[in-house]
Write a protein that binds this ligand. Sequence first.
Ligand code: COA
Length: 174
Amino acid sequence: MAAPAGSPDRARPNIGEQVTIGHPDVTDGVACWRLAEATGTLDVNSRYAYLLWCRDFAATSVVARRDGEVVGFVTGFRRPEEPSTLVVWQVAVDAAARGRGVAAAMLDALFDRVADVDHLEATVTPDNTGSIALFSRFAARRGAQLSRSELFGAELLGSGHEPEILFRIGPVHR
Ligand SMILES: CC(C)(COP(=O)(O)OP(=O)(O)OC[C@H]1O[C@@H](n2cnc3c(N)ncnc32)[C@H](O)[C@@H]1OP(=O)(O)O)[C@@H](O)C(=O)NCCC(=O)NCCS
């Protein structure tokens, strides 16, 4: 289907020809864990959690590879109580590969690969400019509504954690 008039090209050629996007293998869990740790901003889960994710949620997750190395990942899941919603859990791109559209290309590729979803949800902390831009730009590219509401307040998260604001985007057209 042709892109609606006025919507930007989704091919995002600036990620470079050598970057490929695909679903992760179990062993990619190690690289995802390392990337998450290296961001210094994400809540890093256990190495086990990333391995498990790459085994059981590979169909709703993607990795970006350059020269065979994982340089980015998006982990996600289909919301059990609302299967038409894809929830993005974490996104990370290696610092050396940022600013070239890798995260945006992963988000587009993932959404388009998961069958029968029409909404995307993610939570962001109010101080995460990159994350806010990533999801706002996704909504704009797809001509979709973006609504914001607090999902988990600071008191629930504890340890001085910023609140997590739910970004709900949709309906998203393919
Ligand atoms: C957030 C992150 C994933 C973005 O990755 P990236 O590959 O550099 O992002 P992209 O190049 O695809 O940028 C997507 C859009 O967001 C914008 N953007 C990305 N980072 C930005 C920043 N720090 N400040 C402002 N805008 C930013 C880009 O300009 C682009 O907008 P455009 O479509 O108008 O050009 C990356 O910075 C990262 O890994 N950060 C640490 C982990 C994290 O915070 N993850 C998100 C929470 S789950």
